[in-house]
Design a binder for this molecule. Structure first.
Ligand code: CDV
Length: 325
């Protein structure tokens, strides 16, 4: 069985608040068609790909925000995406806001096999931002208001990708946006021999917290740095995909990347618009790191990692003082 396949990052340009799902889905179908023409077996779309990045808008009453969420997929409006995947024989990753029948709200991603079946579901664990209106911020980031932390952990599954022949399998894991900055999330995937991490993001090009200066170019640098480190330290590929451009006056950066298990950027988007970039993965390349420098079974020392799971915030260290004479 071949272990080679072509991965596609399907970056999306901005979606304005007034735009509906049909406009987003039509653009996604066009991106999927382009990815298929470029030989891809799997296409990765951004976080919350079906709407504008709505957590920048404050709703006092949560029910006013209900229209941003999906209650079932595929729906009538999103069905063309599933139909296109089946027609093209390509798998896809989709980020969306999920409202469950019990009324719970999650920032969710799924990997869908070309047959239309959902193979893997993940709910974002690391929710950035705040839950109440914050007058200090120029732009709100209300993910903690609109979502609860994911309750599915970080699952990995071995599953077929699509593409010509559809024969390539990979150990697949998902992260969402802010998760990419947390080494704990990558390591939990790495401990399950993940080979392909798919993740989408919506990241403002400026730090809006106004609690200190962050140089603008470092916003992109920190995103790419996090994905490269995650791939290298866990011997996996990643496709990290932006929703980019200016949404109702608010900039999100692009720079979607495909990264290999050595932590090298294999392909990078160059616009802040709808754009497809592809790179060939050879999953046998995940074995080098996994069997040498990051052979976890031989080298990890979990007896010294207790703080990672027992402690949440950092604590100040004891102060050294000179020995008494
Ligand atoms: N959607 C996100 O999770 N965005 C965060 C921003 C707020 C820093 C990110 O980590 O990119």
């Amino acid at each position: 069985m071949s272990r080679r396949t072509i991965l596609a990052a399907c970056q999306m340009g901005p979606l304005q608040r007034a735009e509906g799902r049909p406009a987003a889905v039509a653009r996604m179908v066009a991106l999927l068609e382009k990815a298929a023409r470029m030989g891809a077996s799997v296409a990765v779309f951004p976080e919350l790909a079906l709407t504008t990045f709505f957590p920048r808008w404050f709703h006092e009453d949560l029910r006013e925000a209900d229209h941003w969420y999906e209650t079932a997929l595929p729906s009538n409006e999103t069905a063309p995406l599933w139909e296109a995947a089946r027609r093209l024989g390509i798998g896809f990753h989709l980020g969306f806001a999920e409202r469950t029948p019990e009324g719970r709200r999650f920032n969710t991603a799924i990997y869908v096999h070309p047959s239309g079946e959902t193979v893997l579901k993940y709910r974002k664990v690391h929710l950035p931002g705040h839950s109440e209106y914050d007058p200090i911020r120029k732009v709100q980031h209300l993910e903690k208001r609109y979502f609860e932390p994911g309750d599915l952990g970080f699952p990995v599954v071995r599953a077929p990708l699509g593409g010509p022949g559809g024969e390539t399998e990979a150990n697949i894991g998902l992260l969402i946006c802010n998760d990419r900055r947390w080494p704990e999330a990558w390591r939990v995937l790495g401990l399950q021999q993940v080979e392909l991490v798919m993740l989408g993001y919506n990241t403002p090009s400026l730090n809006m917290e106004n609690r200190g200066f962050e140089a603008h170019h470092l916003r992109v640098e920190h995103s790419v740095l996090s994905v490269r480190a995650g791939c290298y330290q866990n011997s996996c590929y990643a496709v990290a995909v932006a929703k980019a451009g200016t949404e109702d006056g608010h900039e999100l950066f692009g720079h979607s990347v495909i990264v290999n298990p050595q932590g090298e950027v294999m392909a990078q988007a160059t616009t802040w618009e709808d754009e497809v970039v592809v790179a060939e993965a050879d999953f046998t390349r995940c074995e080098l790191g996994r069997t040498t420098i990051f052979d976890f079974a031989r080298h990890r020392r979990p007896e010294h990692y207790a703080r990672i799971v027992e402690q949440v915030g950092s604590v100040a260290p004891p102060r050294w003082s000179p020995a008494e004479r």
